[in-house]
Design a protein around this ligand. Structure first.
Ligand code: ASP
Length: 363
């Protein structure tokens, strides 16, 4: 390659690397100009925890830099820039924190030379946290959310391998166009469809009948499927101080609607009801839902059943057909925690406009 072109290219690359390195939020080690730049945004979770000898409980202990030091070979794949966003167990995550995380990820991906981001996150609320990012990120660059089921004190921690796979996926041409994924134990799941299905096993994230997007082994990504159509709802700028209050309330044998009434009395902006079967609730809950709807509060009906969509089948009081006819919105096959986040962000875009909100849940 003629020297002048090489000089120009080196100048451009070093300028953009300097721009990335100078960014206030990312810290890089020694940059290899021959390698791409990837961001790792650490939020906490088991992947960054160790067992506290005093209590025997897993507690936050590792920074983002500690995480990458535990992954042999990572530095041969990419230049890793670390952003320590938080260090909390994901049982403590909130929609407000995810909104801030979405902004931080977008700021990092706005840098031209950053090819994508890994977000390390606890697994307890990872499925809905990844969905929130998929829903709200302005960037189309790949984002891989990963974590671990065994902490760094375990004889065989799964975090390092998951981190290596996440960076491998970001860099793989066969992994493009998947948006935000949840990738653990080699399997790649779409943020919209993934669920945590086992409390302690490393193979906990699956997407059931929707299937995996792909599988990673030996540094290669096998592509099985494309992602489904994306719902794209960027957050307003500047971020509001709080997101709309949308409680999640279960209907169960003998439930009497009191929790629905309490939520309405205490100012809920919307409600998501976790029904049974194909989206049915008891008559008492149905009466309380009707009262909420009459007050103009949007109500979305999901189900505790892990797979399949909510359908307007049953015509008894509280059946899916009566809920739809009363003005409730059916969540389709979106899980209840994700339906809650979609309604929350949807309210920020459409207010309580029924048609606008219903359209969000229609595919
Ligand atoms: N309780 C942990 C968390 O959600 C579980 C994990 O990360 O595996 O942060």
């Amino acid at each position: 390659m003629p020297r002048t072109i090489l000089t120009v290219l080196t100048l451009v690359l070093s300028t953009s690397i300097a721009a990335a390195r100078d960014a206030p939020e990312l810290t890089f080690g020694t940059i290899d100009p021959a390698l791409p730049l990837v961001a790792i945004i650490a939020t906490g979770g088991t992947i960054a925890e160790r067992t506290d000898p005093a209590t025997g409980g897993a507690v936050p202990a590792l920074s983002g830099d500690d995480l990458i030091k535990a992954v042999p070979g990572l530095s041969t794949l990419a230049n890793i820039g670390v952003l320590n966003f938080s260090d909390i167990d994901s049982s403590q995550m909130t929609p407000a924190l995810w909104a801030r995380l979405s902004g931080a990820v977008d700021r990092v991906l706005a840098r031209e030379d950053i090819v994508g981001a890994v977000v390390t996150h606890g697994t307890d609320t990872m499925a809905e946290g990844a969905y929130f990012l998929d829903l709200t990120l302005r960037s189309d660059k790949p984002v891989v959310v990963t974590g671990a089921m065994r902490d760094a004190s375990d004889p065989s921690p799964d975090g390092p391998g998951n981190l290596l796979n996440a960076v491998t996926q970001l860099l793989s041409p066969s992994a493009q166009g998947w948006g935000v994924t949840v990738t653990l134990n080699g399997y790649v799941n779409a943020a919209r469809d993934v669920r945590k299905t086992q409390t302690t096993n490393v193979q906990t994230f699956t997407s059931g009948e929707k299937g995996y997007l792909g599988y990673i082994y030996g540094g290669m990504v096998q592509r099985f499927n494309d992602r489904g159509r994306r719902t794209d709802l960027a957050l307003p700028e500047p971020l509001p101080d709080s997101l709309p209050d949308v409680p999640l309330i279960s209907s169960y044998a003998g439930s009497d609607g009191r929790l629905v009434r309490h939520a309405v009395e205490t100012g809920a902006a919307g409600l998501v009801i976790v029904g049974v079967g194909a989206g049915n609730v008891d008559a008492e809950t149905f009466a309380a839902v009707q009262e909420a709807l009459h007050k103009g509060i949007p109500v979305v009906i999901s189900t505790r059943v892990p797979h399949g969509a909510v359908e307007p089948i049953y015509g008894d009081k509280g059946g899916g057909r009566t809920l739809l006819d009363a003005g409730a919105i059916l969540a389709g096959d979106l899980s209840a925690p994700k339906a809650r986040l979609l309604l929350m962000v949807g309210l920020m875009h459409h207010g309580t406009d029924h048609d606008g909100l219903r359209a969000l849940f229609s595919h």
